[in-house]
Design a protein around this ligand. Sequence first.
Ligand SMILES: N[C@@H](CCC[C@H](N)C(=O)O)C(=O)O
Length: 279
Amino acid sequence: MKFTKMHGCGNDYVYVNCFNETIDDPGKVAKFVSDRHFGIGSDGMICICPSDKADFRMAMYNSDGSEGAMCGNGVRCIAKYVYDYGLTDKTTITIETKAGIKELKLTVEDGKVTWVRVDMGAPIMEASEIPAIYDELDEIIDQPVIVDGKEYKITCVSMGNPHGVVFVDSVDDLDLEKIGPKFENHAMFPDRVNTEFIEVIDENTLKMRVWERGAGETLACGTGACASAYAAYLNHKTGKKVLVHLTGGDLQIEYDEEKNTIFMTGPATKVFDGEIELP
Ligand SMILES: N[C@@H](CCC[C@H](N)C(=O)O)C(=O)O
C-alpha cells in the first residue's frame, strides 16, 4: 500500500489515496500502520476518497482502529495532499466527512500548500447529540465531574465528534496517562470522549493538552481546539478569537457568532512518502 505520512501540529496520520488504493478492512489496517514499533507510527490513518457530494471525502480511523466522524488536523492535511499531488488546482475545496461537508481555503507558497483555513461548522451543545449524559441536563456547561477522586469542571461540545473540555490551573502538571483513559471511558459518555485540558493564558490565548478517544495523548487535536475555544468563550474566559498553543504547534480559532460557525486556521505538513506490505 502506498501512503504519505503527514501531520498538523504534530497530530500525525498515515494518508492513503483511495482513488488508487483499495482497503478492505480500514480499521484493522489503521491499527497496524499506526503502531510506532511494528508499523509506520501515527495517531491513525486517513483515507482520501472520491465523493459525489463534495470535491473529496475523508474517512478517518484512530490508532485503535475505531472510526472518527471528523478530524480537524486531518482535513487540513487532505487539502495539502490533493493540491500538492495535483488531484485539484482549486484553492477553495470541499471535503465530505461523517460530520458534514467542510469548506477549506488553501494558502499556497512556492506551489505548495502551507496553511489552511477551515469552516468547521457549528458547535453542538445538545447533550443527546454529543452524546453525553448528565442528570437531566440538555447542555453540560461547567458541571462538576469526579475523576480519580478529584473534582473537575467539564463543558461538553460536539464538533461532529464528542469533546469534554476541562479548565485546569496548569496543563503541564497533569498525569494524562492516568486520568486521560478515565475521562475517555467515563459513564457519562456512551461513545467515549476526546478530553481537552485547558489552561487560560489570557483572554486571547489558551494552552491545551488533549487525550483523544481511540488514540491517547496526541500533540494536537483540531476539533478539540475548536471545542475548547468555544467552551472558553461560553464560560466567559476568552473572547471569540483565540490562539491555541497545543503541544505540537499553534492553531488560530475564531467563533463567528453571526454565522454560528467556527473557523480554524493552521499548518499542514508532509513528512514522507512510503510503501508498506500489509499482513
Ligand atoms: N485529531 C483529530 C480528531 C480525531 C478523531 C477523534 N480521536 C475521535 O475519535 O473523535 C482532530 O484533529 O480533530
